[in-house]
Structure formats: structure tokens, C-alpha cells
Design a protein around this ligand. Structure first.
Ligand SMILES: [Zn+2]
Ligand SMILES: [Zn+2]
Ligand SMILES: [Zn+2]
Length: 83
């Protein structure tokens, strides 16, 4: 799983908004408005859920470098404390 910020306007995670426009061709969101961080599930190429949360700021093959703001760090610590 990874921690992302979801755009309040188009509901896409920040990892889909690399550059100035969203990677979704339908998305005309030039000015993403990100809400607080949330955890979303990720899967292996074999579609097995990755239960471990990737630490904020990590470089991932699929999603590039993850956000490492204070909000993401707090959420990561909270989630890791529970599990
Ligand atoms: Zn957006
Ligand atoms: Zn978008
Ligand atoms: Zn963040």
C-alpha cells in the first residue's frame, strides 16, 4: 500500500498528476487541489495485495517518488503503530 493525496477536484491521486496535467486523458485538471493524505492499496504484478505500507519519500518503480510531507509521515506512523 502507499500513501497518496487525492485531488479534491478530479479525485485522482497525486501520483497520477505528474507534470502539469493528469495522466488520464479525460482529466482536465491543470491545478490539482490535494486533500489530506490517505492510504490506498497496491498490488504486485500477480495481483496480490501488498499489505506493507511503502514509507513516504520512497522511490517506487510504478509511482515514482512518493510524497514525504509531514502529513504523510504522520499517517504512516499511525498506520504502522496499529499493525
Ligand atoms: Zn485533479
Ligand atoms: Zn486528475
Ligand atoms: Zn504528503
Amino acid at each position: 500500500m502507499i500513501i497518496i493525496h487525492r485531488c479534491a477536484k478530479c479525485k485522482h491521486p497525486d501520483i497520477f498528476h505528474r507534470g502539469t496535467t493528469c495522466c488520464y486523458t479525460q482529466c482536465l485538471c491543470p491545478d490539482p487541489d490535494y486533500a489530506g493524505p490517505e492510504v490506498i492499496p497496491t498490488w504486485t504484478p500477480e495481483w496480490q495485495l501488498i499489505e506493507e505500507i511503502t514509507p513516504p519519500g520512497s522511490r517506487t518503480r510504478e509511482f515514482g517518488v512518493l510524497c514525504d510531507c509531514a502529513g504523510c509521515a504522520n499517517l504512516y506512523q499511525r498506520e504502522c503503530a496499529i499493525t
